[in-house]
Design a protein around this ligand. Structure first.
Ligand SMILES: [Ca+2]
Ligand SMILES: [Ca+2]
Length: 251
């Protein structure tokens, strides 16, 4: 419980430990109760959760896959992307790696991304269930014309892995929060991710296809679900700005 302080006349003057000027601010604020309410709600949310998160859904700026069997061909305009492994005695090996690129330009670089989740929808039934990992790609200079032979290297270890079952139409998700936050904080603002079999095996038929952004209009497009938390400075502006905006509207 907070303690009240008492002056020589015995009147309660304010809260112990609170800075001078607080009483004046509170008195002024009482003149516009609606303004106070908005600020108070935000303050309570801050006190309870430590932050007020903002969510966003981001579509890829580019997505494609590279195919070991057709090592000089590109698939940037294909409406699906392959990954896993296809073994056929009569043909060459076929490993697939899927690449996606997202712009974080709309998220101020000073904010902390508290959650970034990649969502992909599978379109076929893989012969064998397998694990697909999401890997960091530091070189963002790739396009839909990238081929197996020109593919960008990936991190050695996946940031997150997902068990892929043999059921078509299922949505899968990978947590790529730390990658997105690092790319945003540094001002790089381009998140490149590779999704591939993890670990890559070359015995079973795990070949899987996922909708690309060229499947647009079907509601099956890949997307990045991002939640970020405004910094205290941004929150302070928000808390100042909302009551002002409200007062203007009331006039
Ligand atoms: Ca940014
Ligand atoms: Ca990047």
């Amino acid at each position: 419980m907070e303690q009240k302080s008492v002056n020589e006349t015995g009147k309660t003057t304010g809260l112990v430990g609170h800075k001078p000027g607080k009483e004046f601010m509170m008195k002024k604020a009482r003149n516009n109760w609606s303004s106070v309410s908005v600020a108070a709600v935000l303050a309570v949310m801050l006190a309870v959760t430590g932050s007020v998160a903002i969510g966003d859904t981001i579509a890829p700026t580019t997505d494609t896959y590279v195919n070991e069997q057709w090592s000089t061909a590109s698939f940037g305009t294909s409406n699906s992307m392959g990954l896993g492994y296809r073994y056929e005695a009569s043909t060459a090996d076929r490993q697939g790696w899927t690449y996606l690129k997202f712009s974080l330009g709309a998220i101020p670089d000073g904010e902390t991304i508290t959650s970034a989740v990649l969502h992909l929808r599978i379109t076929n039934n893989p012969f064998v269930a397998f694990t697909a990992g999401a890997f960091d790609v530091t070189d963002d200079s790739w396009s839909g014309s990238m081929t197996w032979n020109t593919r960008k290297t990936t991190a050695a270890t996946a940031i997150d892995s997902e068990a892929i079952t043999t059921t078509a139409g299922t949505w899968y998700s990978w947590n790529v929060t730390s990658l997105a936050d690092a790319d945003n904080t540094s001002g790089d603002d381009v998140l490149s991710i590779c999704v591939k079999e993890d670990p890559q095996q070359t015995t079973n038929n795990t070949w899987a296809m996922f909708n690309s952004s060229e499947a647009s209009g079907t509601g099956y497009d890949p997307y990045l679900e991002v939640t970020y938390t405004p910094e205290p400075a941004t929150m302070a502006l928000l808390m100042l700005g909302l009551p002002l905006a409200l007062r203007r509207r009331r006039k």
